[in-house]
Design a protein around this ligand. Structure first.
Ligand code: ADP
Length: 187
């Protein structure tokens, strides 16, 4: 978990390789559907371009299907859950699969302007329709109002591990692997 621009995508790919699991990014799946002009993509695009969350029922159904695939025996979820409703549904999906979360990693980047500068830099190359300054600022607001409230839920469950997300990609990766190995010795 972590706000837009915290580096979740970059770090989640490395982490999934580290644990030998699937990298499941809801943002990536939505973008692939937009590129392929699927019905799901058409629905998602309207929300994504405005920096809003895609409706829970759409996102939840997609994650339910993805987690049922055989390569998802071990996984890193990137960008999900993002709402309280998604937390409840994820609990249900995992219970149905006889699976559970080992750890919830939060990439901490407290400085909002640092996040916005990172995203504006990425915007130069990403080609993402949601990487304009107004939308980027709105995505920070949505994270603060919808998603930051999930952190105490996972903290209370004893699953939350906070990792400092400021530094080079390699530095942050080193901290994540160390934190994970401490929290989940068998990983
Ligand atoms: P970022 O971390 O930069 O916000 P993502 O690639 O994770 O970017 O997500 C891009 C967009 O995809 C989000 O702004 C949102 O519209 C949609 N999205 C991704 N994950 C979810 C989710 N769990 N619930 C609802 N919408 C989502």
């Amino acid at each position: 978990m972590g706000p837009p621009g915290a580096g979740k995508g970059t770090q989640a790919v490395a982490l999934s390789e580290h644990i030998g699991g699937a990298h499941i990014s809801t943002g990536d799946i939505f973008r692939a559907n937009v590129a392929n002009e699927t019905e799901l993509g058409k629905t998602a695009k309207k929300y994504m371009d405005a920096g809003q969350y895609v409706p829970d029922e759409v996102t939840n159904a997609m994650v339910r299907d993805r987690l049922a695939e055989p390569d998802a025996a071990a996984f890193v979820l990137d960008g999900y859950p993002r709402t309280a409703e998604q937390v409840t549904v994820l609990d249900d999906i995992l219970a149905g699969l006889g699976a559970s979360l080992d750890v919830v990693l939060e990439l901490v980047v407290a400085d909002r302007e640092e996040l916005i500068q990172r995203m504006l830099k990425r915007a130069e190359t990403s080609g993402r329709a949601d990487d304009t300054e107004d939308v980027i600022r709105h995505r920070q607001d949505v994270y603060a109002s919808e998603t930051a409230v999930l952190l105490p839920i996972y903290r209370e469950r004893g699953l939350l591990v906070e990792v400092d997300g400021v530094g080079t990609i390699d530095e942050v990766q080193g901290r994540i692997f160390a934190a994970l190995d401490a929290a989940v010795p068998q990983a």
